[in-house]
Write a protein that binds this ligand. Structure first.
Ligand SMILES: Nc1ncnc2c1ncn2[C@@H]1O[C@H](COP(=O)(O)OP(=O)(O)OP(=O)(O)O)[C@@H](O)[C@H]1O
Ligand SMILES: O=C(O)c1ccc[n+]([C@@H]2O[C@H](COP(=O)([O-])O)[C@@H](O)[C@H]2O)c1
Length: 226
C-alpha cells in the first residue's frame, strides 16, 4: 500500500500525473491520496477538508489505482504523518509493505516533522524528484538517508518499512498556490486539473473566482469571456 499525503487545496495534475507514474514505476496496486485535515506546517487551507476530499473523489474517478483515503479527516489536531502511518499499520499488520510518498522539497524539511525518525520504522519513504531538484540535504538528514537508501523499487516489496527510494517523475510546473492566485484574479484554471474538478470549483466560485451559473456551457466558463 502507498500513500500520497497532501493538502490538495485544490488537487491538480501535478498530483495526479506523478501518482500515475509511480503506480507504474513501482508496480503498485494502489496509491491512496490522503487529504490532511489540519496541515502541520502551513496555514489552514482555504477549502475545508470535506470539500478538498470531495474534489479528490472527482479527480480520481476513472483513474485506476488512485483512491481517496479520509483517515486524517476525523482526527482532531495537526494531521501528523506519524499518526496516520501508525493508524494504517494497525489495520495492515507488521509484515506488509507500506510506502509514504513525498516530494523532494518536503523530504528536505523532514527533520522538522513530528517524530520524524519514527517514520521509516512504520513505512518506506518514496521521494519524488523532478528535474532541477539539486539542493543539498542537511548533513544529518543526508547521513540518515544514505543508511536507508535503495535504488531498486523491488526492495520496497521485500520488507515492510525502513527504506528510502528516490523516484524521478515528470516535472509539471503546477502548484495549488499558483491555481489559487489565478482564480483570485478571475482567470481560469482549466487544463491544470481534470475538467470535472474545474467545473465543480467554478460552479461554487471557489478561491475568489466569480461563481458560474450552471446555465453557462463549459467552453465559456471564464467570466472574462462571457
Ligand atoms: N507539480 C507537482 N509535481 C510533483 N509533485 C507535486 C506537485 N505539486 C505538488 N506535489 C506533491 O504533492 C504532495 C501534496 O502537495 P500539496 O497538496 O501541498 O500541493 P501543492 O501544489 O504543492 O500545494 P501548495 O502550492 O498549496 O503548497 C506533496 O508531496 C508535493 O510535493
Ligand atoms: O507529520 C508532520 O509533522 C508533517 C509536516 C509537514 C507535512 N506533513 C505531511 O506531508 C504531506 C504534504 O504536506 P503539504 O503541507 O505539503 O501538503 C501531508 O501528508 C502532510 O501531512 C507532515
Amino acid at each position: 500500500m502507498a500513500l500520497l499525503g497532501g493538502t490538495f487545496d485544490p488537487v491538480h495534475y501535478g498530483h495526479l500525473r506523478p501518482a500515475v507514474e509511480l503506480l507504474e514505476a513501482l508496480c503498485l496496486a494502489e496509491i491512496r491520496l490522503v487529504p490532511g485535515h489540519v496541515p502541520p506546517h502551513r496555514p489552514q487551507p482555504r477549502l475545508d477538508a470535506p470539500a478538498r476530499a470531495g474534489l479528490l473523489d472527482t479527480a480520481v474517478a476513472g483513474i485506476p489505482g488512485l483512491v481517496v483515503d479520509r483517515c486524517e479527516l476525523d482526527r482532531p489536531g495537526p494531521s501528523y504523518t506519524v499518526d496516520t502511518l501508525e493508524h494504517l499499520r494497525r489495520s495492515l499488520g507488521d509484515q506488509r509493505p507500506l510506502c509514504f510518498i513525498m516530494g523532494w522539497d518536503a523530504f528536505r524539511g523532514l527533520m522538522r516533522w513530528h517524530q520524524w525518525q519514527r517514520l521509516a520504522a512504520l513505512a518506506h519513504l518514496v521521494v519524488v524528484t523532478r528535474g532541477g531538484d539539486t539542493q543539498a540535504l542537511a548533513p544529518a538528514l543526508d547521513e540518515w538517508m544514505r543508511a536507508r537508501r535503495v535504488r531498486d523499487p523491488a526492495a520496497l516489496r521485500a520488507s515492510p518499512s525502513g527504506h528510502v527510494l528516490f523516484q524521478a517523475v515528470s516535472r509539471l510546473e503546477i502548484s495549488a498556490t499558483g491555481i489559487r492566485r489565478c482564480l483570485a484574479l478571475g482567470y481560469s484554471a482549466q487544463g491544470l486539473m481534470p475538467d470535472a474538478v474545474w467545473h465543480e470549483l467554478a460552479l461554487r466560485g471557489c478561491y475568489g473566482y466569480p461563481q458560474i451559473s450552471r446555465a453557462i456551457t463549459p467552453g465559456r466558463l471564464n467570466p472574462r469571456h462571457v
